[in-house]
Each structure stands twice: as C-alpha cells, then as structure tokens.
Design a protein around this ligand. Structure first.
Ligand code: UTP
Length: 289
C-alpha cells in the first residue's frame, strides 16, 4: 500500500533577480497574480491534492510569507467591527491550521537542490511533494494531484514535464526518455540545462516533483552541477536505476512567473479564467488591440 503524501516543500529562498526591481524588497513569491500571491496558489494546489503539512524554505527578506500564513489579529478585529463576516470566514478557510506550517532557512542560495535538502529534518523519512511557486499551472485537476495519482502507480520519483522548443533546452532539466505511453514517460536519464544540440529530448521538467526520502542522501553529497549550483535534477538522475523515475505530461498550462512576460501572461490567463472578470477584461483587451 502507498502511504498518503502529506508534506509539501516550497523552496522560496531564491533572489528573483529576473524580476528586479519588483523583487528588491518584496519576496517574489508574494507578487500577485490577479488577487492572490504566487505562494497562495502553491499552497492551495497542495491542499487540493490532499497535502496538509507545509514546509517553506525561506531566506532573509521572506518573513512576509510567514505573516501571510499567520492569523492577523488586528485585521480580524477590524473586519469584525465592520461586520465583514464573509471576509473573516474566507480568511479562516484558507489559513492552514496551527502546527501544520514550518519554516526553515537556506543560509545562502546554493541552488534548488540545496534548498530542498534544508527541509530534510522537517520532512523526515517520507515521500514528499515539492512545488515551485513561480511555476503557476492553470488546470482542471490541480497539477500536484495529477502527480500524486501518477506516483500511486509508479511508486517512484515523479516530475511534471512539458515539451519546450529545442532552442530553450538550456533553461530546463531535460529528460532522456525510455518507455512512453504519451502521458507518462519512463526517465532513463536527466540533464540540467543542456545546449540544444546536446539535449536528449525536448521534454523538460517544470516546478512540481514527488520525491522519495532517499533523495536527501543524494542531495547531501553537495555535488555541484550546472551554474555551480546543487541541482535537484542531478540528485534525481543519480537515483535512476535504484528507484523508478517518471515524467508526467500534466494536463494544464504552465506559466513561468519568475520571468516578466510569463508573469503578465499568467495575470491575463488567470483573470480570463474568472467568470467575474472575463467579460469586462475581454472588452478591454479588444479595445486595446
Ligand atoms: P529560480 O531559478 O527561479 O531562481 O529558482 P530565483 O533566484 O528565484 O530567480 P532568478 O533566476 O534570480 O530570477 C526556482 C525556485 O527555486 C528556489 C527559488 O526561490 C524558486 O522558487 N531556489 C532557487 C531556492 O529556494 N534556493 C536557491 O538557492 C535557488
């Protein structure tokens, strides 16, 4: 029997240099798409997948994330005094219960793999999920739920994947593919940011992972990869042959909100997906164009 995946790790210690100056004093993960911060979407997605333990790997300047997921006494009192019951209920609805949120820090940005390793004691000896909040996915079924369902069949590491243009392989972790049913692809190898001519395929990893706890041993070797960083892709690659590894072509559209254009696209797509905004926004876009 597979044990339920209870914990999600959110690595949020990056500097967000591509979005400067917006991210100079503001955590990238607190940038809003329509009316919710990126990190809020990430936690919602995890909860919708049945996860109820949330581990944030933060760094200096990110304490606003802690405030976001904490009870705000003055705000509640003010809303109460103004009779705004609905707002109070909605806040209570999405706040994770006490004791279900944990924070740890990555002392310096040594890479995504290192950030995940920093969460090892909070995750323990369990299979866990990783969500990168700057990768936002618009889908019918939450992307993380799709990964968890795939893991229930494969029992190994699972990464969310999508096709990218060959000239962009040097931005992603790329799969060497074995058996492939068009949705779930067996991973034979992984290369971080290969040049287009060296890429074994154009199937690339986006920011959703299901990882076995043995990954922490691999990450603890502190092997530096592309860009001199400790890469999660390299650690997963070293587990191939020891544990099953699959790439899931998830249903949905992914937006790279760590990049200016991707962030604007996400705002438009998420606003158009909202029944209360779509008609007026469509009208506005038509007028502008
Ligand atoms: P990015 O590659 O987007 O890096 O990290 P970044 O620093 O956030 O942004 P740029 O490239 O400077 O604009 C992908 C995810 O991994 C986390 C980031 O917070 C983001 O969620 N990360 C990355 C860490 O937590 N620690 C790291 O050392 C590197």
């Amino acid at each position: 029997m597979t044990r339920q995946i209870r914990t999600a790790v959110f690595p949020v210690a990056g500097l967000g240099t591509r979005l400067l100056p917006a991210t100079k004093a503001l955590a990238k993960e607190m940038l809003t798409v329509v009316d919710k911060p990126l990190i809020h979407y990430a936690v919602e997605e995890a909860r919708a997948a049945g996860i109820d333990r949330f581990v944030f790997v933060t760094s200096r300047g990110k304490s606003v994330i802690e405030d976001h997921f904490d009870f705000a006494y003055e705000l509640n009192q003010t809303l109460d005094a103004r009779g705004k019951k609905e707002a109070i209920e909605s806040l209570a609805d999405w706040l994770p219960p006490a004791g279900h949120v944990a924070y740890t820090r990555q002392p310096s940005p040594l890479g995504l793999g290192h950030a995940i390793w920093c969460a090892r004691h909070l995750v323990g000896n369990e299979t866990f999920a990783v969500i990168l909040p700057d990768d936002l996915v618009l889908s019918k079924t939450p992307c993380m739920k799709q990964l968890i369902d795939a893991h229930a069949c494969t029992k190994g590491n699972v990464v969310a994947v999508m096709e990218v243009p060959r000239e962009q392989t040097n931005r992603y972790g790329i799969l060497a593919v074995g058996d492939d049913d068009g949705r779930l692809a067996e991973v034979k190898g992984l290369v971080e940011k290969p040049a287009p001519e060296d890429a074994p395929s154009t199937l690339s990893i986006i920011g959703r992972y299901i990882l076995l706890p043995e990954i922490f041993t691999e990450l603890g070797r502190f092997e530096r990869g592309a860009g001199g960083e400790i890469q999660i892709t390299d650690a997963i690659a070293r587990m191939i042959g020891v544990a099953p590894c699959h790439g899931l072509r998830f249903e949905g559209e992914r937006f790279d909100c760590g990049d200016g254009l991707g962030f604007v696209r996400a705002n438009i797509a998420f606003a158009l997906a909202r029944a209360d905004m779509r008609p007026k926004l469509e009208e506005f876009i038509h007028q502008r164009l």
